[in-house]
Design a protein around this ligand. Structure first.
Ligand code: PLP
Length: 392
């Protein structure tokens, strides 16, 4: 959608909202549709090509809701609500919220399993005792010896976050090795380690088939999250999480006081997402995902990701062709360049300190309007500022 198309879509949406309020007294106060009606109205697959706004807008009144994302990201069937393990997806606001929720579910699962069979009068003590020993790992520590060392120190690893694209430099884990190591030291079943894949921003690349190989081991893990609002053209906030077994969310979070009871939930016809999260209330975030998928289509989203990767590759080549060999104290210079460029304010960069204490500038292209010329201009700015710094 170009800027003129956006303007027209925005104006016609405002008209629609105004019409809604003009006729509000003629509307029913509660919805007249039955839960579950949408499944039949929505195609089972996301559109390949983007659609015209007029067509999408027409559907607002009649249909709504995606369940298309698991397919777009090539997640195993078991991560879908229709899969054999009864998995499913939920949208949270942020990755931090998604991961915290997963960790609570993982902890609950672990404690439930290891205290199974403990008599009721000793259960609280057994849970408290086991809980005190729990330890969660990040992927940098996923080595069989780390796990063994933790155990030798009286700790019990119950959870691991593996990364598909770390925040600072987009590193990703060797998923097969992680799965193999855990298979050896904490085999699947009671007492297993819950593995969650955090793909907060790089996960967007999974819409392209050339990156689907990254998901080949996901059937050996428990859950996955990515932020649509980072690189997939969706407004903040929108972090999607998929689990292989929704039961673990529900076991950990479900509580049904009388005021939340209703026939639709109790008969299993609707999914109560309050059982998959910490708060009870939630925003209708899937609506904007539905608009994004229909507006761009899978093809449009793939083009957007591929364009970002092309620009990243271009920037890499520009840097490699001009390596600053022979410089001493590169960290001080890099930091100076970074600070100066941000102070001057023509482009905005972020920085990080990588393993080994290397100070690095992070270059990130985040809007759909960025083009090759902007990449080249940004690189020119970096080179010119570096040269100025070298000569002062
Ligand atoms: N995980 C990764 C890999 C990230 O890159 C980020 C943020 O950039 C986060 C988690 C945290 O994301 P959020 O701000 O959605 O909590």
């Amino acid at each position: 959608m170009d800027l003129e198309g956006f303007k027209q879509a925005a104006l016609s949406s405002i008209d629609e909202i105004v019409r809604y309020y003009e006729n509000i007294t003629e509307r029913r106060v509660v919805s007249s549709v039955k839960p579950g009606y949408l499944r039949e109205l929505i195609p089972s697959k996301p559109p390949v090509k983007g659609e015209q706004w007029e067509d999408i807008q027409k559907d607002i009144e009649t249909k709504i809701m995606p369940d298309w994302l698991a397919e777009m990201f090539n997640l195993p069937d078991t991560y879908r609500s229709s899969g054999t393990t009864l998995g499913g997806g939920v949208i949270h606001g942020t990755a931090s919220e998604a991961i915290l929720t997963i960790m609570v579910a993982a902890r609950d699962k672990y404690l439930r399993e290891v205290t199974e069979g403990v008599p009721a009068d000793r259960l609280d003590d057994a849970v408290a005792e086991a809980r005190n020993r729990l330890v969660a790992f990040g992927s940098a520590t996923t080595h069989s010896t780390a796990v063994m060392k933790a155990r030798a120190n009286g700790l019990t690893p119950f959870y691991l976050t593996a990364s598909l694209g770390t925040t600072d430099c987009c590193a990703y884990d060797d998923f097969e090795s992680i799965a193999d190591v855990l298979h050896e030291v904490a085999p699947p079943g009671k007492g297993e380690v819950w593995v969650h894949v955090d793909a907060a921003y790089a996960g967007a690349a999974l819409v392209c088939p050339e990156y689907h190989h990254f998901t080949s081991q996901f059937h050996r893990f428990h859950s996955f999250n990515m932020n649509l609002h980072k690189w997939l053209l969706t407004d903040f906030d929108c972090s999607v999480t998929f689990v292989q077994k929704r039961k673990h969310y529900i076991d950990a979070f479900s509580m049904t006081p009388p005021y939340l009871r209703n026939n639709y939930s109790e008969s299993g016809l609707v999914t109560d997402y309050r059982d998959w999260q910490i708060p009870l209330g939630r925003r209708f975030r899937s609506l904007k995902v539905w608009f994004v998928i229909r507006t761009f289509g899978v093809k449009g989203l793939q083009e957007h990701v591929r364009k970002g990767i092309r620009h990243g590759d271009l920037f890499t080549h520009l840097v490699q062709d001009r390596s600053g060999a022979g410089l001493n104290d590169k960290n001080t210079l890099t930091e100076k360049v970074y600070t100066t460029i941000n102070e001057e304010g023509r482009i905005y960069l972020t920085s990080t300190i990588l393993d080994g204490g290397i100070y690095a500038i992070r270059f990130c292209l985040s809007t759909p309007f960025v083009d090759e010329v902007h990449v080249r201009d940004a690189f020119k700015e970096l080179v010119e500022t570096t040269e100025r710094m070298l000569h002062t």
